[in-house]
Design a protein around this ligand. Structure first.
Ligand code: IVH
Length: 698
């Protein structure tokens, strides 16, 4: 991942010509050179932003990208007159708005009619065919992204406006927030504009979404800051896009898929599929899973395919959208009051069910936050038995008005913990939940800090906190210790075998074999996993420590900036804020963490255990693999995918996602995917882990 531009004071756009300040012979020549360098840098950055955020296929290492960005920032700071609003440095500019201005849409932003069954869909198809006077109509099926609609206006190739749907007629101007979305081009080159005939003005519409991963990060940050969590990615995206401070929006990592192109004053002709292709070619992010469906049966197959695959996506969908492909028919078919007749949504059955709240209890998290959780009468929700749902916090309980004994509607989405949507029937003798005054796990006091929604257990040694922090430490995105789950952590803590994360590295085979449901083999597997985790890079170690506000990305940025855990631990607040994306609040949390004696002791134990306390230099210019492109497939025997990538990059090589003629090596492990077949077809050298180690001279 690479860093957004600095969030400090950015130079404001100024239209004055450079010659006004820098007139004169040589000055002019120098200015020309600088102007040229700036223009080249911007082109390069735009190109790499597109590769990274839209195509998901970066060509250069993050550090190299950062260098380009730094250089541009530097030049723009020295020459504020050359700053333009479409410069890649200007994604986060300006100050918070006091309220969002209202804007009228040029043409109404319509909604879609919903269908819920194959019969409904057949009716839709029949109506379309009748109105069109054809026997068969080709459709395009797309995923129905669960976000919020957005309209973007470009004038002379430059993004000038982003407006929410609002009531369809009038929406809210959220331009500065839209500009923070990296996959949204701020400007289109002439070559791209030429694809649609250089219109002075055009509009694209699409969906702003938040990935599940960004949603989890946002909520983790909000929890750590004592703010109420968002219920789902959609709410989180909606809340973020309407934020008044674009700097906060930039932290939220929104994304946007576009699905509609309108060139003002131009009659529609051609195909919707062609519009989608054109939007991609223009550099917009179009969801890749759309499909032409020439026959009605193709629609049904598409619906089925995505109903089973939807959980594998990193964002939520709530159905699919079916559109007539021939856009000339769009005009003929027209619209109803709120929706077009040429498109329809097929909604997947909501994963909801009603059940009884048997109890509400407080669960203690890693940071000591007490989260109210509803124990439910077990119920099947879309094939999964659900017996708990989160109630988030006291504010949410109040909002829902839920009591023990009530019958509630619950909902499951993706892999997130089920939610309570509403109370459907109040119990006559319903019992209100009261936040306990003492921690249910350790019995120490519970406090609610002023201005915070969350209640916390004050005991730093609370076993519940320890358990949660161990799970966090071992998590997939942290030290990635596979097999260290809840049941095991419970035993390790309860039996007094582990008092902190570093104790994990002292566990013996003998100790582990004593545990319940732990055979010889699983004990060995776990030990292997723990041993393997020592190779995880510094960025993950920093993240795994669980410092407040320090997520995965900040962990990476801190590792890049400081290069070692010791340097990070010794950094002053002034030095800390020099790292990218680190503000005073984060700096304070980092300092507090390292000041705490107990944390320092654990860190020393982790050092003794042999964890990576220094950053392996990424991407050497003169490494053994410099200039070589790699693709990884399958599971390697001892290295994780990230570790292998790190090793290749440390030796100057580059890892990309798909095999092409440009690929030099495919590193294949167990259960390789189709990439291996492709490599064979193209005659690319295939190596295993041992082969890779040989290449880097290990
Ligand atoms: S087309 C007139 N395509 O669903 C065409 N909408 O329930 C209107 N949505 O307001 C939109 N994914 O916010 C379209 N692939 C997709 C979509 C999509 C999500 C949203 C959109 C719309 C809502 C209607």
């Amino acid at each position: 991942m690479y860093a957004p531009p600095s969030q400090g004071q950015l130079p404001r756009y100024n239209r004055r010509s450079i010659f006004a300040v820098n007139a004169g012979g040589t000055g002019e020549a120098v200015a020309k050179d600088i102007e040229k360098e700036i223009a080249e840098l911007r082109d390069k950055i735009r190109y790499h932003e597109h590769r990274y955020y839209v195509l998901d296929d970066p060509e250069i290492a993050d550090v190299e990208f950062d260098k380009l960005m730094q250089r541009l920032n530097e030049l723009e700071l020295q020459h504020p007159d050359l700053v333009t609003p479409d410069s890649p440095t200007q994604r986060v500019g300006g100050s918070p708005a006091s309220e969002l201005p209202k804007v009228r849409h040029s043409t109404r932003m319509m909604s879609l009619d919903n269908t819920y069954s194959v019969d409904d869909l057949r009716d839709f198809d029949r109506r379309v065919r009748e109105l069109a006077g054809r026997d068969q109509v080709e459709y395009v099926a797309e995923l129905k992204l669960d976000g919020l609609s957005m309209s973007l206006t470009y004038e002379h190739g430059e993004l000038t406006r982003g407006v929410t749907r609002g009531d369809g007629e009038v929406g809210e101007d959220v331009t500065s927030n839209i500009r923070t979305i990296r996959s949204v081009p701020l400007r289109l080159e002439a070559k791209k504009l030429a694809l649609i005939g250089h219109p002075a003005r055009f509009e694209v519409r699409g969906e702003v979404i938040m990935s599940r991963k960004a949603f989890e990060q946002t909520n983790a940050q909000r929890e750590a800051a004592g703010e109420p969590k968002f219920a789902n990615p959609r709410n989180s995206a909606a809340g973020s896009i309407r934020q008044l401070d674009p700097r906060i929006v930039a932290e939220r990592k929104l994304d946007m898929f576009v699905y509609y192109l309108q060139v003002h004053g131009v009659e529609l002709k051609g195909e919707h599929a062609h519009a989608l292709e054109t939007l991609s070619q223009m550099g917009f992010k179009v969801n890749p899973h759309w499909k032409r469906c020439p026959a009605f049966g193709d629609l049904l197959a598409y619906i089925q395919e995505w109903e089973s695959k939807r959980d594998s996506l990193d964002y939520e969908i709530d159905g699919i959208v079916i559109k007539v492909n021939d856009t000339r028919l769009w005009q003929e078919l027209g619209t109803t009051a709120k929706a077009p007749r040429w498109a329809v949504a097929y909604k997947y059955p909501a994963r909801q069910a009603t059940t009884r709240v048997n109890d509400i209890r407080a669960q203690v998290g890693r940071t000591g936050t007490l989260t109210p959780v509803a124990d439910l009468e077990p119920v099947d929700v879309g094939g999964v038995t659900v017996s708990h749902a989160t109630l988030h916090n006291m504010d949410e309980i109040e909002r829902l008005g839920v009591k023990i004994g009530d019958t509630v509607l619950i909902q499951r989405a993706g892999e997130v913990i089920p939610q309570v949507v509403k109370v459907v029937k109040q119990a006559e003798d319903g019992c209100a939940f009261v936040m306990p005054k003492k921690c249910p796990v350790c019995g120490e006091d519970v406090h609610r800090a002023e201005g915070e929604v969350a209640y916390r257990c004050v005991n730093t040694a609370c076993p519940a906190k320890l358990k949660e922090s161990l799970l966090y430490f071992a998590g997939r995105r942290a030290m990635n210790i596979d097999g260290l789950g809840e049941a095991l952590v419970d035993q390790l803590v309860d039996k007094g075998m582990v008092h902190d994360a570093a104790d994990l590295y002292k566990l013996t085979h003998e100790q582990l074999s004593e545990l319940e449901r732990m055979g010889d083999k699983s004990a060995q597997n776990l030990l292997d996993e723990i041993g393997r985790s020592k190779k995880e890079p510094l960025a993950r170690v920093i993240f795994a420590l669980g410092i407040r506000f320090v997520g995965e990305r900040t962990g990476q940025l801190l590792a890049n900036h400081f290069g070692s855990l010791d340097k990070l631990a010794q950094a002053t607040p002034e030095q800390l804020v020099e790292a990218e994306e680190v503000g005073p609040r984060v700096a304070e949390a980092i300092q507090e963490f390292f000041e705490e004696k107990r944390n320092r002791e654990v860190i020393e134990k982790l050092r003794e255990a042999g964890l990576q306390f220094t950053q392996v230099q990424t991407r050497k210019a003169d490494g053994k693999l410099t200039g070589k492109q790699f693709v990884l497939t399958g599971t390697l025997p001892t290295y994780s995918r990230d570790q292998a990538k790190e090793m290749i990059e440390a030796n100057g090589g580059r890892v990309v996602g798909s095999v092409s003629k440009k690929t030099d090596y495919v590193v294949a492990g167990a259960d390789p995917g189709s990439k291996l077949d492709k490599a064979r077809t193209l005659g690319i050298t295939i190596v295993d882990e041992a082969g890779l180690l040989k290449l880097v001279g290990k």
